[in-house]
Design a protein around this ligand. Structure first.
Ligand SMILES: Nc1ncnc2c1ncn2[C@@H]1O[C@H](COP(=O)(O)OP(=O)(O)OP(=O)(O)O)[C@@H](O)[C@H]1O
Ligand SMILES: [Mg+2]
Length: 596
């Protein structure tokens, strides 16, 4: 059996070869604006490292004083100094914590904004290829992983290294022999860490990929839940989830096993080293070349000394996770799948006509051609209608007009200018698009009509009137302030379509693009909408795709499409006289209506 979750794994895995300089250098770019904060952090880390050895120095003084005199009398200033050092340590730690979070969160904020803005510019094509769940992971958990890397990885490693350095310097300055014994822990500990890293790293990356797969799967299955339930596919969905969940567990257990071995090993090595320090120290004590105070201080310091080394593996994992995340983020940021804006985009002027000139187009490169060598003109102020079989390529023409995709061959022109030369945003704002499937944002009805454009009460009122939405608004207790629910769940399909009309009219476009725009509306309301279209189309250009032929009889020109070509064109009357494809379609529908 094929793995159900297979498609969810695609391209979520990365090459993952540990820490790569190019990635790190690129990540540094995000910290650059906060270099002052970073400098502050560095200063705090140096202070922290010095403060780390200070308590041991005071321990040394206090114990030696006691051993010499047999009394704590007169050590008040030492105790006070000790307390002062601890208080300073507290302040430094606290400041460091806040500063670290501030710098990290700032940088992540910037990155999230860059990612979102980048996503907004991707082409339709891109979104067809990348599931929403995966893109969400990029902006949320992947960015979060980077923050972890900065705080628990990078900065922590630098801080630890400084503390270690301070401890090592202090140890050698006090007793080189004992320092060497304490340092003997390094080779076995580093070796254990390296072995752990090798074993855990691979499994760890796998865990990540599988976790992302679970997220994609969840997102899709929950979005399509009604379809799943309607077809009684719950068991199947479950099975898919079980499989993904299991594979995640497997990978996770492999990492856990590595941890389970690593920690006891480290514990053993540290304890053995401690024993060696005490033994060697004892011998030196006997010989009189070591003081009690110093031995105490060494034992105390070695505890602080092991922790950073032991945590190195942990830190490495954090770094590695973040490396994988950053690679995925950069792959996304490097994605150039967008509709290119010309280098010097020209202003849009639509005075005469929009033309398809020998346009051919395939959705996939080298794939089946969906539009073939098609030519046609939309004269300003005229009504063009398109009819044809399902899959003939009608909606594709709208995709091309709006520049959701660019034509493969040939060109589309506005007043003779290739649309690829025009400023994309102003080109798109020529059009008002109403589709059969209306997307509604959560928020109020008014928000959904205005869609972030300036609010104009008068225009809103006239738009409500024109789009026949007034009745609905009148019926609702909260009127335009009614919350429509996620994706407009609280509206009927027809109401959503009226909303789309209102939205489009509010935009005041020059060209109406209607793709099966009245398919969900009852005949009476449709007639009213038709009247509105009739009315506005005196000043607007309309491009209507319709299956219900009664709605397009008055068009100035009807294009009959088949397999990406226009096979007949003319007015309703002319096409009826021609007695070809269109006439046949009309007769069929007429018979259906008669039968009904
Ligand atoms: N995003 C896409 N990727 C690949 N192929 C696509 C895509 N969208 C549409 N197609 C294919 O392009 C062809 C034309 O699709 P189009 O949506 O233009 O048809 P249509 O004439 O609008 O049909 P309908 O009347 O059913 O809406 C179809 O065969 C379809 O399978
Ligand atoms: Mg279509």
């Amino acid at each position: 059996m094929a793995v159900k979750g297979e498609p969810y794994f695609q391209s979520d895995q990365v090459s993952g070869r540990g820490l790569r300089h190019t990635l790190l250098i690129r990540l540094l770019k995000y910290l650059k604006p906060y270099w002052v904060g970073l400098l502050g952090l560095l200063a705090l880390m140096i202070a922290g490292a010095v403060l780390e050895v200070m308590p041991s120095q005071f321990t040394l003084w206090l114990i030696n004083r006691f051993m010499e005199t047999g009394s704590m009398h007169g050590t008040g200033h030492l105790v006070a100094g000790f307390m002062g050092v601890l208080a300073m340590g507290f302040i430094v730690q606290m400041t460091r914590f806040v500063l670290l979070a501030w710098v990290g969160q700032r940088a992540m904020l910037d990155l999230r904004m860059e990612l979102f803005a980048h996503l907004m510019r991707r082409s339709t094509h891109f979104f067809h290829r990348n599931p929403v769940g995966r893109l969400m992971t990029r902006v949320t958990s992947d960015v979060q992983n980077l923050n972890e890397m900065f705080s628990s990885g990078f900065v922590a490693i630098v801080g630890d290294a400084m503390s270690l350095l301070a401890i090592v310097i202090w140890m050698f300055s006090k007793h080189a022999g004992l320092a060497v014994v304490a340092l003997a822990i390094m080779p076995p500990l580093l070796l254990a860490t390296e072995i752990f890293r090798r074993n855990a790293g691979e499994a760890f990356r796998e865990t990540q990929g599988r976790y992302a797969a679970i997220q994609s799967y969840l997102q899709e299955q929950l979005s399509g839940i009604s379809l799943v339930q309607m077809n009684a596919r719950e068991a199947d969905s479950n099975a898919g989830f079980v499989q993904l969940n299991r594979s995640y567990l497997d990978a996770f257990l492999r990492t856990i096993f590595a941890y389970a071995v690593f920690f006891p090993v480290v514990e053993f090595i540290t304890s053995a080293t401690l024993a060696a320090i005490i033994y060697y120290g004892g011998v030196k004590l006997e010989m009189g070349t070591l003081t009690w105070g110093l031995l105490f201080a060494f034992v105390q310091l070695s505890g602080r000394f092991f922790r950073p080394i032991r945590e190195l593996a942990e830190r490495y994992n954090v770094m590695q996770t973040a490396m994988a995340s950053s690679e995925r983020i950069f792959v996304l940021l490097d994605n150039a799948d967008e509709i290119h804006e010309a280098d010097t985009p020209l202003p849009v002027a639509f005075e005469r006509e929009i033309r398809f000139e020998d346009v051919s187009f395939a959705y996939e490169e080298g794939g089946r051609s969906v539009v073939n060598d098609l030519s046609g003109t939309l004269p300003k102020g005229r009504r063009i209608a398109v009819v044809g079989h399902t899959g003939a390529g009608k909606s594709t023409l709208i995709n091309l007009l709006m520049r959701f995709y660019d034509a493969g061959a040939g060109k589309i022109t506005v007043d003779g200018m290739d649309i690829r030369e025009l400023k994309l945003s102003s080109h798109r704002s020529l059009f008002g698009l109403v589709l059969q499937d209306v997307f509604v944002f959560s928020g109020t009805l008014e928000d959904n009509i205005v869609l972030g454009r300036p609010r104009d009460k008068q225009r809103l009122a006239s738009v409500l009137e024109q789009s026949q939405l007034k009745d609905l608004v009148g019926r609702l207790p909260l009127g335009l302030e009614t919350q429509v629910g996620e994706r407009g769940q609280k509206l009927s399909a027809g109401e959503r379509q009226l909303l789309a009309f209102a939205r489009m009219l509010y935009l005041e476009p020059e060209v109406l693009l209607l793709d099966e725009a009245t398919a969900n509306i009852d005949s009476e309301t449709e007639a009213k909408i038709q009247a509105v279209i009739e009315h506005v189309s005196h000043r607007l250009t309309t491009f209507t795709i319709a299956h219900r032929l009664s709605t397009i009889k008055e068009a100035d020109e009807i294009w009959v499409m088949d397999q990406g070509r226009i096979i007949e064109r003319g007015t309703h009357g002319a096409l009826m006289d021609l007695d070809g494809h269109y006439a046949k379609l009309v007769r069929l529908q007429f018979e259906e209506e008669e039968a009904a």
